[in-house]
Design a protein around this ligand. Structure first.
Ligand SMILES: [Zn+2]
Ligand SMILES: [Zn+2]
Length: 273
C-alpha cells in the first residue's frame, strides 16, 4: 500500500470553507479501490486570505477567496474522525517572499509542506493562456529560471517536498538543451536540505502525457540519496492514485524501493511493494 501525497479537495460547489465529510469519504473510497493507504491533502496556499500577496500577481489575487480558520476547523474535524489523511499545503515559492511564507506556514502545525514553482516572474508556466508570453521569453530562459527558482525554494528550508519538478514540459514542449546538470544540482540541493522529490502523475493527464519528472531526474535524485514521494495531484475523487502503477515502476527503475509520506512534519518511508 502506498500514500497519495498530493491531493486537492476543491471542486465545483466544494470549497475550503464548506467541505462536507461525505466529500472526503468519496476520496477515501477511491483510495481504497486504488490500493492507496493514506492521503495527503495539499490545498493551494494562495486560496487563503492569510496568504494574500505572497504569490503577488493578478491571477492569484483573483483566486484568494477563503478564510484559513474555516478550513482549519474542517481539518480538525477530520483529525477527530481519525481518517488516514495528512494535511499539508501546496505553497508557491516566490523569490524574496521567504519571510512572509514562513509566517503563513507558522499559522498551523501542518503535517508537511509542498514547495511548488508554478510561476516564472508573473508567467504561469502551467497556464494555457500564458503560453504566448512564455514563448516570447524563450524556452531556454523559462527552463533556466524555473530551475533557479526551484533551487532557491529548496535552499529556503521552508519545504518538505519539491513538487512536479519538471513542470515546464506540461504542454509537451521539452527542453531543447540538456537538463542533466540542472537535475544533478537540484538533487544535491535537495539532499543538503534533507528534502524529498515528488513523482507526480498529473502529467499523464496533461498534453505532455508523461509523469513528472523524467527518468533522468529521478535517477539523479536517487544517486544523491534524495527520497521520493508519489502524488496524483487529483482534484477529484476519480483520480486518487491515478497512474500509480506507472509511477511505481518509474521510481523502481530509478532504484527506489520505498516512498515517503509525512505525519506531523515527520517523514515516514514505506516499501513500494
Ligand atoms: Zn502544482
Ligand atoms: Zn497540486
Amino acid at each position: 500500500m502506498i500514500a497519495d501525497q498530493h491531493l486537492h479537495l476543491e471542486r465545483g460547489p466544494y470549497t475550503p470553507e464548506n467541505y462536507p465529510d461525505e466529500w472526503v469519504d468519496r476520496y477515501l473510497e477511491a483510495a481504497a479501490q486504488a490500493g492507496v493507504s493514506r492521503l495527503g491533502v495539499v490545498e493551494h496556499a494562495y486560496r487563503f486570505h492569510e496568504a494574500r500577496g505572497l504569490l503577488d500577481n493578478a491571477w492569484a489575487d483573483a483566486r484568494c477567496l477563503y478564510r484559513l480558520d474555516s478550513y482549519l476547523a474542517f481539518v480538525e474535524r477530520q483529525k477527530a474522525r481519525g481518517v488516514p489523511i495528512s494535511f499539508g499545503l501546496e505553497m508557491d515559492y516566490v523569490p524574496g517572499a521567504e519571510e512572509g511564507i514562513a509566517r503563513f506556514l507558522g499559522l498551523y502545525p501542518w503535517d508537511f509542506v509542498h514547495g511548488s514553482v508554478h510561476f516564472v516572474g508573473d508567467i504561469g508556466i502551467d497556464l494555457a493562456d500564458h503560453r504566448e508570453r512564455a514563448a516570447a521569453l524563450g524556452r531556454r530562459a523559462v527552463w533556466d529560471k524555473y530551475f533557479e527558482s526551484s533551487r532557491m525554494a529548496v535552499r529556503s528550508g521552508l519545504f518538505d517536498v519539491l513538487t512536479h519538478p519538471d513542470l515546464p514540459k506540461i504542454f509537451g514542449e521539452q527542453a531543447e538543451h540538456s537538463l542533466l546538470e540542472d537535475f544533478r544540482r537540484t538533487a544535491q540541493a535537495l539532499k543538503a536540505q534533507d528534502m524529498a522529490l515528488e513523482c507526480n502523475t498529473a502529467g499523464l493527464r496533461k498534453p505532455v502525457g508523461e509523469i513528472y519528472p523524467v527518468p533522468e531526474y529521478l535517477a539523479a535524485a536517487r544517486a544523491a540519496g534524495v527520497p521520493v514521494s508519489i502524488g496524483s495531484d487529483a482534484h477529484e475523487p476519480e483520480n486518487v492514485g491515478a497512474g500509480f502503477p506507472a509511477a511505481v515502476s518509474l521510481v523502481q527503475s530509478a532504484g527506489y524501493d520505498e516512498a515517503v509520506h509525512f505525519i506531523g512534519r515527520r517523514r515516514i518511508s514505506a516499501p513500494l511493494s
